[in-house]
Design a protein around this ligand. Sequence first.
Ligand code: NAG
Ligand code: NAG
Ligand code: NAG
Length: 382
Amino acid sequence: MGLKLISLFLLVSLLILTILFGADQALASDKKPHVSHRNRTALAAAGGGKAVIMKGRKQESGCNLFQGRWVFDASYPLYDTSTCPFIDGQFDCLKFGRPDKQFLKYSWQPDSCTVPRFDGEAFLKRWRGKRVMFVGDSLSLNMWESLGCMIHASVPNTKTTFLKRSPLSITFEEYDVTLYLYRTPYLVDISKESVGRVLNLGTIEDGADAWKDMDILIFNSWHWWVHRGAQSQGWDFIRNGSSLIRDMDRLDAFNIGLTTWAQWVDKNVNTSQTRVFFQGISPSHYTGSEWHEPRKNCEGQMQPLTGSTYPGGSLPAQNIVSRVLSSMKTHVYLLDITTLSQLRKDAHPSAYGVDKGMDCSHWCLPGLPDTWNQLLYAALSM
Ligand SMILES: *[C@@H]1O[C@H](CO)[C@@H](O)[C@H](O)[C@H]1NC(C)=O
Ligand SMILES: *[C@@H]1O[C@H](CO)[C@@H](O)[C@H](O)[C@H]1NC(C)=O
Ligand SMILES: *[C@@H]1O[C@H](CO)[C@@H](O)[C@H](O)[C@H]1NC(C)=O
């Protein structure tokens, strides 16, 4: 009798567990975004966000913005580049002949919360009188242009000033908000010396003054560390400590350079004045074997990968970024966009950029960087 009761109890517990997990999975595989669920979780995510500020690098429990999947969303894209004054030919895929448009129609759906809808006017009001700077390579340019276009689409009639000097800047005059783009692909310095151009792994002097006194800083560096050949790498020697060398393992070099950057931030940034982000490693799609299409690259790709993991796995540079960030005393928020971007083999310019090469590194606009900015916006509103 007692045994039967226990079995019954176990059976019922098992049943409850099955129902709970089953429901979770059903939600996860729901192809259409479910509006009320998304709305509820968006609010929950925003409410639980205090923990993010306190803990800095930790996601609050239950909401990892960066783990999820892509869903079809007819309300996208967020803007039309033909009316965006800041767009560059290299990202303006539709203008340069990209025939398919499905890639514009996906939104990122985290597993356990939702990404708040971007509101450019709210952004301008919230950050009135403030300065935002993207620092890094052309992936920073990609994200900076996207943010400019996203905000502009919300307030199309507001006066803007676009300065094409270094750093590039877009000012929304009425709100006194400026978005800067400071180009420095390695973050650390390159100096011209008698031997040639030297990549100094241990110094950040160029530009560092320009990074000070910003209200939001979004750093990024990686792609150039793997460039090879004097022309494309932009330097002839590396200075590591006191030694001048011809070359070294590029991941080691990235690690040392990023550590120098981390020390700069720890020494110079006051986080009660400045929010600091690291724009995670942006992946490229030149190697189709990573997603089981050997001999292919991003060319002709019209759909994202389904699911939430990339068959090609993570990138070694990601480990370096997370290790360096976790060694810092400053709270740097990692925009952990690698996996969600790896799923978007369809989102590159391929042959539809102004220079007609095969570009599987940058991203079309409108497109993926808009999602990066929505996640930045979500992180800022937490
Ligand atoms: C949630 O729903 C309310 C009322 O329907 C709406 O005003 C708000 O914009 C929604 N929020 C999100 C994040 O969708
Ligand atoms: C770079 O410098 C570090 C610290 O001085 C040293 O441990 C490392 O071996 C050096 N690497 C190269 C490739 O010179
Ligand atoms: C950081 O900024 C806050 C607010 O402006 C200020 O009170 C504080 O003294 C600053 N800390 C340092 C170390 O400069």
